[in-house]
Design a protein around this ligand. Structure first.
Ligand SMILES: [Zn+2]
Ligand SMILES: [Zn+2]
Length: 453
């Protein structure tokens, strides 16, 4: 799975980046600590799922966030010291297993990162060797070509020298013949003269330097001089070449961890964009049967023009949430509101089925499906604790249902609004949106547990 840190090669830098994600936890002091204790249990639940699915990076981030939340952040919450002792004891107990588990995963990841880096380096070395071999082959080819060229030039030069020598020899022979003919002629002429006068027997001396004009050196001979070792292009410095090749390649760069680039969605129950979908919100799968099932449960209230409320629970699987359960608490409803009668403890119920809180569902007996100002305030803590939490509204009268979530603007406005009851909020930009990151599926039913009985 591609992750936020997979672009970092250096194992230590990669782990460091992961740890930084795990330390990104913010606590809203206006929310009661019990919500954080509940979220803490859900963090562990989600981390366990990631661990089972061998998604070690996500598991590590969530265990780290658990540690950061309860060791560093929550203790400075004003209500921390007055938290129920069992909650505090539970954290203390959990830490004994979470700490070593996080360490174990961390060393597992480190091993994996080192192994991945080794594989990367091996691949790079192979690639380098291939490039080197190719360069060597090209150099050998070039040298062979030069050798052939030199041999060819040498051959041409030898041939022209031989030709010149042959010509000179022929010329020499020609001159010798001429000289012999001349001498012979002289003999004839002399005999003639003797026969005529019979007086002069002196030999006529012949100058002996007549053959000196034959060149005895090759000073005028100009064999081609543009051949020779100086014309071979210099072989590039191999070390330099190697250096250039390395700086050209992209993989073995020194990893740079940009500390400014925080994930654009940072939430303590999220894993950042470690395999997350759009906006790093994990998908929430809602079975469509939930609407009709809930309207059936709410029917008697609806007939009395009274709202009905349920809590949504689900499971994490392959980085998506699946709503699987609705718990109907003891409640007191009116035509446009509904409150739990007392904050019931759902820990046992959640533990029994290993559930994660994913929002709430309620009816609007006479109105359309939307989020009223009171609904938005009710939904705020759900979404603050778990960014994927939804508010489902069913309108039997208008036969419509909506799966809502606060927008970032909605979270900002509601988070800073101190009013209670129905009141006005600036409506632009929109405070809530419908169906974002939600997938409706058919053919799955939801388990309803009625806590009113
Ligand atoms: Zn409502
Ligand atoms: Zn408000």
């Amino acid at each position: 799975m591609a992750s936020k840190v997979s672009h970092i090669n250096d194992p230590s830098a990669r782990l460091k980046a992961l740890c930084e994600y795990g330390s990104q936890v913010e606590v809203d002091n206006t929310l009661p600590t019990k919500l954080y204790f509940r979220s803490g249990r859900e963090l562990i639940r989600m981390a366990n799922v990631y661990l089972d699915e061998a998604n070690y990076e996500s598991a590590f981030i969530l265990y780290s966030k658990y540690i950061t939340l309860f060791v560093e952040r929550l203790p400075s919450h004003p209500g921390y010291k007055s938290s129920p002792p069992p909650d505090l004891a539970e954290i203390k107990k959990k830490m004994k297993t979470v700490f070593p588990l996080a360490e174990e995963i961390k060393s597992k990841l480190k091993k994996r990162y080192i192994e991945e880096q080794r594989e990367r380096e091996e691949l790079e070395a192979k690639r380098q060797a291939k490039v080197e071999a190719e360069n060597a082959r090209k150099r050998a080819e070039e040298e062979e070509r030069l050798r052939e060229k030199l041999a060819e030039e040498e051959k041409i030069r030898n041939e022209s020298e031989e030709k010149w020598c042959r010509e000179q020899e022929e010329r020499y022979r020609e001159l010798q013949l001429q000289e012999q003919r001349r001498l012979a002629q002289l003999e004839i002429d002399k005999d003639k003269d003797n026969n005529i006068s019979g007086l002069n027997n002196e030999r006529i001396s012949v100058p002996s330097g007549n053959l000196d004009f034959i060149p005895n050196d090759l000073s005028n001979y100009m064999p081609p001089t543009d051949i020779g070792i100086t014309t071979i292009p210099p072989v590039p410095d191999r070390d330099l070449k190697k250096n250039l090749t390395i700086s050209d390649s992209s993989s073995p760069q020194i990893p740079v961890v940009n500390r400014d680039s925080k994930p654009n969605f940072d939430h303590f129950t999220s894993i950042g964009n470690f395999g997350g979908g759009s906006c790093n919100i994990r998908k929430v799968v809602v079975p469509t049967s939930i609407f009709s099932q809930f309207l059936k449960v709410a029917e008697s209230n609806t007939n009395r023009n009274t709202e009905t409320l349920g809590i949504l629970f689900g499971k994490l699987s392959k980085n998506a949430f699946h709503i699987s359960d609705v718990f109907i608490p003891k409640q007191h409803g009116t035509p446009d509101s509904c409150d739990m009668e007392n904050e019931i403890d759902l820990i046992d119920y959640q533990d029994k089925y290993d559930l994660i809180t994913l929002g709430w569902i309620h009816t609007h007996p006479t109105q359309t499906a939307f989020l009223s100002s009171v609904d938005m305030h009710t939904h705020f803590p759900y979404q603050k604790m778990m960014p994927e939490s939804v508010a489902i509204v069913c309108s039997p009268k208008f036969k419509e249902s909506g799966v809502f979530r606060l927008t970032q603007n909605g979270l900002n406005q509601i988070g800073s609004c101190k009013q209670t009851g129905f009141h006005y909020h600036q409506k632009e930009p929109p405070l809530f949106e419908q169906g974002e990151g939600v997938e409706l599926v058919e053919g799955t039913s939801v388990r309803f547990t009625d806590g009113r009985k």
